[in-house]
Design a protein around this ligand. Structure first.
Ligand SMILES: *[C@@H]1O[C@H](CO)[C@@H](O)[C@H](O)[C@H]1NC(C)=O
Ligand SMILES: *[C@@H]1O[C@H](CO)[C@@H](O)[C@H](O)[C@H]1NC(C)=O
Ligand SMILES: *[C@@H]1O[C@H](CO)[C@@H](O)[C@H](O)[C@H]1NC(C)=O
Ligand SMILES: *[C@@H]1O[C@H](CO)[C@@H](O)[C@H](O)[C@H]1NC(C)=O
Ligand SMILES: *[C@@H]1O[C@H](CO)[C@@H](O)[C@H](O)[C@H]1NC(C)=O
Ligand SMILES: *[C@@H]1O[C@H](CO)[C@@H](O)[C@H](O)[C@H]1NC(C)=O
Ligand SMILES: *[C@@H]1O[C@H](CO)[C@@H](O)[C@H](O)[C@H]1NC(C)=O
Ligand SMILES: *[C@@H]1O[C@H](CO)[C@@H](O)[C@H](O)[C@H]1NC(C)=O
Ligand SMILES: CC(=O)N[C@H]1CO[C@H](CO)[C@@H](O)[C@@H]1O
Length: 618
């Protein structure tokens, strides 16, 4: 028995020394079934984490947010003694545009952000139970949680992560001058192959991504497992919302739309889907292990397949294609051959975005109920490919009171027009969407012409009006929708832009901050109170508590009231509601709150006022 355990270990040690730990390794199996049915409810480890976080961290932070939000005729303490409002935050895809806009949106919700002048929504991040992201949003979320939930201020100050002036592909130069970089990537991917695993373009691309997103860990995260984030101090002390990266199940040669997609959640504890096409989860740490009905019939199991960069690469696999532009004689032969396979083989080329999870953890030789369980391979693709570019579905399955939905999609001239929300709204009526009730939303024309992307908009403001969607109306979240919008910068940069100078990066972040804070609170000084009204709304309704006059007025300003726009298209109205004309960014130092420009500006760009000062005033 001893002998049997040692044999695989020897192979592994050889593989990992050349692959910097990117190759999965053999470990002894924990025993028992490593998969579980989602019909039994939430993963018990997740539930323990989220419950304890709620009591120790989220609720106390919500208490102080509400106490500081200047809500009139509302006693936060006595309300929270009887109610438990819960919050989710979700970030759309859209490449670096989404990552950077999302970073500003995240900073606006983070109480650690040093707000120099004015108001943010600091404390919402600390009050949230869940946070999800897909594609470019998964780069944001995956990078932050893999770095112990670093704040954006600190990330900018450290100056090691997100050095986007170095292109994703070349790491800041041409291939010939960066052979070390390419040799490392090649060795790492080859190491995984030598350990017996399928490798695809996702592996190459994931490693390249990691040199931007996981720079702080040895070999840029080559050995960093997504399951290991629970060992970080922030998770150990329940400071982090529970993170969910989103990808989709899709077999090569197939296509997905919102109505038939399998939405997969990639979390620190488990990976899988509640959707009827799977209804199963596997322990993240053991992905890569050969399983039959969740059992290993080998004494050794696999760890390390769940590389954090590989998970982010899976969620954003639409970008795999950019690697094909690298066909260069200077690349290491292993890499050149791998890339070449995808260039010359038309089928592979068409499916270049497919990430291989082989062996399929959900495989069942007996009693397979669906095509995923019948297949020996699991194929995952970019979470946005079904048009649901804001990863709401996993949050909808968790009955939150309010969800902050940040949409940095490219729907129209690289601005969002509500398409993602519409897809999620429609999906609830399909068999796959059962159990994901989502409030009514209008069509794209209404989003654009009634200014629903021009400022934050609330959907599902009145639970009673949701009764034709579900009988559990208080379990449907109120959605606080914030679309990318030019407040201080033309933030509609191309999805496939792979390089940003540091000042451009910071301007994108600052604009995301402005979009989330109503431009430093200048467009509505009651904005934080209105957000408070939205967060408490469902629990007030559940308890039959009347809204205050202030909250009613907030809802008149921010709720979509059911109107559908029937007139001629007006356009984007970038100057509406007094919102900044983006041209002012050229004069960014004159924009309220932005002490911008010049090479040395870091902190002040992102943040606007000393939140503590503001809190003390309140
Ligand atoms: C058990 O796992 C080891 C290491 O992964 C592998 O080499 C071996 O083939 C497996 N044995 C069986 C019976 O699957
Ligand atoms: C967390 O750390 C402990 C102690 O180092 C280790 O045994 C465990 O495997 C780690 N857990 C994960 C999921 O990485
Ligand atoms: C999903 O629907 C699309 C559009 O109807 C179709 O092309 C595709 O084959 C379907 N995929 C699956 C997996 O059913
Ligand atoms: C969410 O609510 C539905 C309907 O009330 C319930 O069936 C389900 O178990 C709840 N899920 C969670 C995670 O609380
Ligand atoms: C950005 O938005 C402006 C205004 O709608 C538009 O003119 C421009 O073409 C957009 N840029 C991109 C890259 O789509
Ligand atoms: C209220 O419900 C109706 C359907 O019963 C729907 O058409 C309308 O859009 C909803 N209004 C709002 C504001 O969600
Ligand atoms: C949308 O904004 C434009 C431009 O400011 C304004 O003219 C129009 O009245 C607004 N529409 C609504 C419904 O508020
Ligand atoms: C709090 O709200 C009141 C009434 O809306 C307003 O007069 C006051 O200036 C606000 N205080 C702060 C600190 O925003
Ligand atoms: C620089 C600047 O204009 N900051 C403003 C941000 O918002 C607060 C509150 O609305 C103002 O007091 C600051 O002057």
């Amino acid at each position: 028995m001893f002998f049997l355990v040692l044999l695989p270990l020897i192979g592994i040690i050889a593989a990992s020394s050349s692959s910097h730990g990117y190759a999965p390794v053999s470990v002894s199996c924990p025993g028992g079934q490593l998969t579980r049915s989602s019909l039994l409810g939430l993963n018990p480890d997740e539930k323990r984490y989220v419950d304890q976080r709620y009591t120790d961290v989220a609720k106390p932070n919500l208490r102080s947010f509400l106490a500081g939000a200047n809500l009139t005729d509302f006693d936060a303490d006595s309300f929270l003694d009887q109610a438990n409002p819960t919050i989710g935050i979700t970030f759309s895809g859209g490449g670096y545009r989404a990552q950077l806009s999302g970073a500003g949106q995240y900073a606006a919700l983070d109480s650690r952000t040093n707000v120099v002048n004015g108001k943010g929504l600091g404390g919402i991040l600390q009050s949230a139970s869940y946070i999800s992201g897909l594609s470019g949003g998964s780069w944001l979320l995956g990078s932050l949680v893999s770095n112990n939930l670093i704040s954006i201020d600190e990330l900018i100050d450290q100056n090691t992560l997100w050095q986007l002036q170095n292109s994703l592909l070349t790491n800041g130069g041409d291939i010939a001058n960066h052979l070390d970089y390419w040799n490392s990537i090649s060795d790492e991917v080859e190491g995984k192959k030598n350990a017996g695993f399928d490798v695809t373009i996702t592996d190459v691309y994931s490693r390249a991504l990691s040199y931007q997103l996981l720079t702080n860990s040895p070999y840029d995260g080559a050995g960093y497992a997504f399951s290991s984030i629970i060992n970080q101090s922030n998770f150990q002390s329940f400071q982090a919302p529970y993170p969910i990266l989103v990808a989709l199940g899709r077999e090569p040669g197939q296509s997905v739309i919102n109505l038939n997609s399998t939405v997969m959640s990639l979390t620190p504890f488990e990976l899988g889907s509640e959707d009827p096409s799977l209804q199963s989860f596997v322990q993240t740490k053991y992905v890569g292990t050969q399983l039959d009905n969740g059992y290993s019939n080998n004494i050794s199991c696999v760890n390390g397949f769940d590389n954090a960069g590989f998970f982010m690469g899976t969620s954003s696999s639409l970008f795999n294609g950019v690697v094909l532009t690298l066909d260069s004689p200077q690349l290491p032969p292993f890499l050149r051959n791998l890339i070449n396979t995808f260039i010359v083989n038309p089928f592979e080329r068409l499916n270049v975005d497919v990430s291989h999870y082989v062996p399929n953890p959900f495989y069942k030789s007996r009693d397979a109920k669906n095509s995923i369980e019948r297949s020996d391979s699991l194929f995952l693709v970019d979470g946005g490919e079904d048009g649901q570019n804001v990863p709401l579905v996993p949050l909808l399955r968790r009955n939150l009171s309010a969800i902050f939905a940040f949409d940095n999609s490219n729907d129209h001239l690289t601005w969002p027009d509500g398409t993602s929300l519409i897809k999620t709204y429609e999906r609830q009526f399909s068999p796959q969407g059962k159990g994901t009730p989502f409030p009514y939303v209008p069509d794209q024309k209404t989003f654009r012409n009634l200014n629903l992307t021009a400022k934050p908009t609330f959907f599902g403001c009145d639970a009673k009006n949701l009764s034709s969607l579900t009988s559990d109306i208080y379990d449907v979240p109120l959605v606080i929708y914030t679309a990318n919008r030019p407040y201080t910068y033309w933030s509609n940069t191309s999805t496939f832009r792979l390089e940003y100078q540091i000042d451009e990066r910071n301007n994108m972040i600052a604009n995301g901050f402005a979009a989330t804070t109503r431009l430093n609170g200048t467009l509505d000084e009651e904005w934080d109170a209105c957000v408070g009204c939205a967060v408490i709304r469902r629990e007030q309704e559940r308890l039959g508590v009347e809204q205050s006059e202030q909250c009613k007025q907030c809802f008149q300003r921010y709720c979509w009231d059911g109107t559908i726009y029937e007139g001629e298209p007006i356009g984007d109205n970038f100057d509406d509601n007094g919102l900044t004309v983006a041209a002012t960014y050229y004069n960014a130092q004159n924009v309220p709150g932005f002490h911008n420009t010049g090479p040395n500006i870091k902190r002040d760009q992102v943040v606007i006022a000393n939140q503590q000062d503001y809190r003390d005033e309140a």
